[in-house]
Ligand binder design. Structure first.
Ligand SMILES: *Cc1c(COP(=O)(O)O)cnc(C)c1O
Length: 352
């Protein structure tokens, strides 16, 4: 499918002049246009870019009942020279199709996901904030649209991309509660996919953690609750001695930020390990001083330092944020790269 196959219907009246770019609440302000693609009879048929607005659905639409619903989170930045750049969207496209396959949904071709996104951003490029730290959040998603109550794979799907400006995300260090009762994902399950149900199941345990004074839960393995997996919507990385370590396996979401950080650490000559990390190893390492850095990594904030970890009724404090050489360096480097202040030797910036 070539670019010309996307029908474009421009908005009659842009909502841009009414947007207060100094007071952006995450996810509340959506740009003028959205991309919508329809799948039926085994093919992606209509692809169009239309004004952002409500869509009509059937009450028996299968995604509502049985959860065939997946998404991605991507960001675009305004470069120093005024151009718009999307950060590693090819990675999101690949992961999206892995999620799709696991949930028995059709793959979305590159021409729709990546070329379509590019065309959407060309049209809405003025929605990309230029302030330092700000960006355009991009949300591609797909859901089952068949109107039928039987439990079977839907025969039709909708793929949509919506976008919206988000402000600088100055994340405060967070506290995590090691979760030893509830489970996010089990072996053979859907933990590696960005499907809607993975977020619904986390709400209740997260609320319990909030009530105990923690910001997020730190998920552990479903069987023994002995090994660390990840945080709410971010992966976890630790510096133990001179090694950057991150949990691995199909029960965690393989983040683009996590991968990017590991690639940078490798390039900078640090040792990296993707392996099981037990809660015991972490706690002992904090107590002995071997664990010098702990942070969460994801598209939303890039890096969020972890200040304290609660386990079995006790809190374990991590070293002051100012002393964390690696995570602070990565954060600065990625910031500079994404805004075009430094060279992009890896080809991570996808210029619109
Ligand atoms: C999206 C997400 C991440 C982070 O992935 P990025 O590609 O770095 O944004 C980590 N864990 C979960 C559960 C997620 O949903």
């Amino acid at each position: 499918m070539s670019n010309t196959n996307i029908r474009i219907e421009q908005t009659q009246q842009s909502r841009l002049p009414a947007v207060d770019f100094d007071n952006l609440v995450f996810g509340k302000i959506l740009s003028d246009h959205m991309l919508v693609a329809e799948y039926s009879n085994g093919n992606w048929n209509e692809v169009s870019i239309v004004p952002y607005g409500n869509i009509s659905i059937s009450p028996s639409m299968s995604a509502l009942h049985y959860g065939q619903s997946i998404f991605e989170g991507v960001k675009a930045y305004k470069l120093n020279d005024g151009r718009v750049s999307i950060f590693r969207p090819d990675q999101n496209w690949e992961r999206f199709n892995k999620s799709a396959a696991r949930l028995q949904m059709p793959e979305v071709p590159k021409e729709i996901f990546l070329d379509g996104l590019k065309q959407l951003l060309e049209l809405d490029q003025n929605w990309v904030p230029s302030k330092d730290g700000a960006s355009l959040y991009i949300r591609p998603f797909m859901f089952a649209t068949e109107a039928a109550l039987g439990v079977h794979p839907s025969d039709s799907y909708k793929f949509i991309i919506i976008t919206g400006p988000v402000g600088a995300y100055y994340s405060k260090p967070i506290s995590l509660k090691v979760e030893t009762h509830y489970t996010r994902a089990a072996d053979g399950g859907v933990g590696f996919s960005k499907n809607a149900g993975n977020y619904a199941l986390a709400l209740y345990p997260t609320e319990l953690a909030h009530k105990e004074g923690y910001d997020q839960v730190m998920w552990t393995d479903a069987r023994d609750h002995k090994y660390i997996e990840e945080a709410g919507t971010a992966n976890l990385l630790f510096r133990i001695g001179d090694t950057i370590i991150t949990p691995h396996g199909d029960t965690i979401l393989h983040g683009v930020t996590r991968r990017t950080i590991i690639e940078l650490a490798d390039k900078w000559g640090l040792k990296t390990e993707q392996r099981k990390v037990s809660v015991a190893e972490l706690i002992e390492g904090i107590e002995s001083g071997a664990v010098t850095e702990a942070f969460a990594a994801g598209t939303a904030a890039t890096i969020t330092h972890i200040s304290k970890i609660g386990y079995d009724g006790k809190d374990y404090e991590l070293p002051p944020v100012e002393t964390r050489e690696f995570s602070n360096k990565v954060f600065q480097y990625l910031n500079d790269l994404r805004y075009g202040k430094i060279e992009d030797p890896f080809g991570w910036n996808f210029i619109v």
